[in-house]
Design a protein around this ligand. Structure first.
Ligand code: SAH
Length: 241
């Protein structure tokens, strides 16, 4: 974006103009353009996500363009693009960038899909999904997190955040084509399986730390459910009040 800005700015005699341009461009380059974290985000995608085998161009595109630093508290913004989860308060974390990309790719959600997310947290995963799907419904059990995420997600008209217990799902909006859990239950809640559409997919970390499985559930057109574990992960436990 700043390249275009540089190419168009400046007026006056050519010599002065190029000097002025040079100055403008080096300041912009030093700051990474209007977004000071642009470079950090590009590196994050190249080194943490593409290098580990994520190939879906749409997933890579939204991970490159979504300002992850705006989803974490101000005092940890500098950590937002690191190869690890970041604490966001109330015992919650924003997941490691690779895990967000991996789960998003596995979910296989497209523009025709309605998605349910359990564990809104910062709202980052919901923002990623909002750009790839038709509608996102996200439930968060901590009222303060639900409120701050809803604020942050105001720009995404297709996301609805609700404070509530994810074990119950969102029956009024069911069925969902895709369901993603970003907190780990001991077993996949029955209500969520019931709210998964035929032909749909659910993805969830399942089990107790430190040995959770990332589980993918596919529901056939005839309602048969298939389950597979794809890798070991570590998520905060899903609370069951
Ligand atoms: N997807 C989030 C990461 C969330 S961390 C992001 O992109 O930032 C897991 C979140 O699940 C926490 O915010 C936690 O409060 C929430 N959570 C835990 N148990 C829950 C439950 N039963 N229902 C809804 N949310 C729950």
């Amino acid at each position: 974006m700043y390249t275009r800005f540089c190419a168009k700015s400046g007026s006056g005699p050519p010599g002065i103009r190029s000097l002025a341009l040079l100055a403008v461009c080096s300041v912009a380059a030093a700051q990474g353009g209007a977004d000071p974290y642009l470079r950090a985000r590009e590196r994050m995608v190249a080194e943490q996500i593409e290098a580990r085998g994520i190939r879906n161009p749409e997933v890579l595109r939204v991970m490159r363009s979504t300002p992850r630093h705006r989803f974490v508290p101000a005092h940890v913004q500098a950590l937002a693009y690191g190869d690890h989860p970041v604490p966001i308060g109330y015992g919650a974390t924003i997941s490691q960038p690779y895990i967000v990309a991996r789960m998003t790719e596995l979910l296989g959600a497209g523009k025709q899909h309605r998605v349910l997310e359990i564990g809104t947290g910062s709202g980052y995963q919901a923002a990623i999904l909002a750009q790839l799907t038709a509608e996102v419904y996200s439930i968060e059990i901590v009222p303060e997190l639900a409120q701050s995420a809803a604020q942050r997600l105001r720009g995404h008209a297709n996301v609805t955040v609700r404070h509530g217990n994810g074990y119950l799902g969102w029956p009024e909006k069911a069925p969902f084509d895709r369901i993603i859990l970003t907190a780990a239950p001991p077993e996949i809640p029955e209500a969520l399986l019931a709210q998964l559409a035929r032909g749909g997919r659910l993805i969830a970390p399942v089990g107790k730390a430190p040995a959770q499985d990332l589980v993918v559930i596919d529901k056939d057109r005839d309602g048969t459910v298939h389950r597979r574990s794809v890798e070991k992960v570590l998520f905060v436990p899903m609370k069951n009040p």
